[in-house]
Design a binder for this molecule. Structure first.
Ligand code: GTP
Ligand code: MG
Ligand code: ZN
Length: 358
């Protein structure tokens, strides 16, 4: 058993769900103390042991090997157990959810954004940041995460067409995805988000730089913890003020993870694009060909819907783009995994490949 993990109450305040699945996972883990990853550094982690207690710890040896699978190293939000010294991570608990994206660059690598979150709050400014196509991308990523999406439209206090924007997004998001226009600076307005917060719960805020993630974080925390910065007047772009992902306990219990603004919302390869566009999927059932790609085949119900104005052409174009992008990412992902398996079996291979076979 875990002698030091008898008292789970401080951890519940940190978002520990304390349900049978979570307890089972904990019982199966090695290590003597449970903690939650609050931030990541080049080689070390800061973990929280309770709402008031942060500690710098080291990863276990295997994680430091270059070939160790990156998704099996801890990300912000992960639950880990520590050894008897309390200074080294021993085990990573199975994740209930993990939000990831394709890392920036051409290599189709994956980047973990946050683990064990219940809700992903997509923070979008009701200024020039507002872009339904980008929101569609976020929704595809979130669908694959195991967490639920919530759309938070900030700067509602500065926008005159809030209702129109909400209506527009209601067509983009699947039914059931909540949409909340807020003034992120105003606690009374941000209070609509309280149902997603509280003991045993975790939210992560994602969105472009300048959207108001840190402003909202400060308002929900009730203090100015995160630095914020004005956006550029001409295009509403932020200045990438937040530079690292960080998990913070909230006064009402539970945790919130603030993240740096995303320049690119790339698919990781593990998503399912069709699932997120259920309107297109429904139309496709009436296409003449089972495998219709809706690119000009005869008897295509999707093209017909576009011509009749029932389906937004721009939404379809985004769907087609995401579908291609997913295929490319998934192919690279599969190739990388196959290569890793070969390297695993023949440790000298990488060096031989690099310097030429002799
Ligand atoms: N009026 C108004 N201003 C807001 C609102 N939300 C954010 N802002 C302002 O928008 C600017 C950018 O906000 P930040 O919270 O720094 O944005 P961020 O998403 O954290 O940006 P990065 O850290 O760069 O990713 C700040 O000047 C905020 O005061 C809002 O709802 N209403
Ligand atoms: Mg920020
Ligand atoms: Zn078709």
């Amino acid at each position: 058993m875990h002698p030091a993990i008898d008292d789970l109450e401080p951890l519940r305040a940190l978002g520990w769900p304390d349900d049978p699945t979570a307890r089972e996972a904990l019982a199966a883990a090695a290590g003597v103390r449970l903690a939650r990853v609050a931030s990541q550094h080049r080689t070390a982690y800061d973990v929280a042991l309770g709402p008031e207690e942060l500690r710098r710890v080291q990863p276990p040896m295997p994680w430091t090997r270059p070939r160790f699978p990156p998704d099996q190293r801890a990300a912000v939000g992960d639950w880990v157990t520590l050894d008897a010294t309390g200074k080294t991570i021993v085990d990573l608990l199975p994740r209930r959810s993990v939000l990831k994206r394709g890392a920036a660059g051409e290599h189709h690598r994956q980047q973990l954004i946050a683990a064990n979150v219940d809700h992903v709050l997509v923070v979008v400014g009701l200024d020039q940041d507002f872009n339904p196509r980008r929101i569609e991308r976020y929704l595809v990523l979130i669908r694959a995460s195991g967490a639920s999406p919530v759309l938070v439209l900030t700067k509602a206090d500065q926008c005159e067409i809030v209702d129109d924007c909400v209506d527009l997004l209601a067509e983009v998001a699947e039914s059931g995805v909540p949409i909340h226009p807020v003034n992120a600076k105003d606690p009374a307005s941000a209070a609509v988000l309280h149902p997603y917060l509280g003991p045993g719960r975790t939210v992560v805020l994602v969105g472009s730089s300048g959207a108001g993630k840190s402003t909202l974080t400060n308002t929900l925390l009730g203090r100015q913890k995160m630095k914020t910065n004005a956006v550029r007047a001409n295009d509403s772009r932020g200045r990438h003020t937040t530079t690292a992902r960080v998990l913070m306990p909230l006064p009402q219990g539970g945790c919130l993870i603030d993240t740096p603004g995303m320049r690119e919302v790339k698919l990781s390869g593990d998503e399912d694009v069709v699932e997120s566009f259920d309107d297109i999927e429904r139309l496709a059932a009436d296409c003449r060909f089972r495998d219709c790609a809706h690119l000009g085949e005869p008897g295509c119900a999707v093209r017909a819907a576009i011509e009749e104005g029932e389906l937004d052409e721009a939404r379809f174009a985004n769907f087609a783009k995401l579908r291609d992008e997913l295929e490319a990412a998934a192919t690279s992902q599969a190739e990388r995994k196959a290569e890793a398996r070969v390297l695993e079996k023949t440790p000298g291979k990488r060096i031989k490949d690099k310097y030429g076979r002799r």
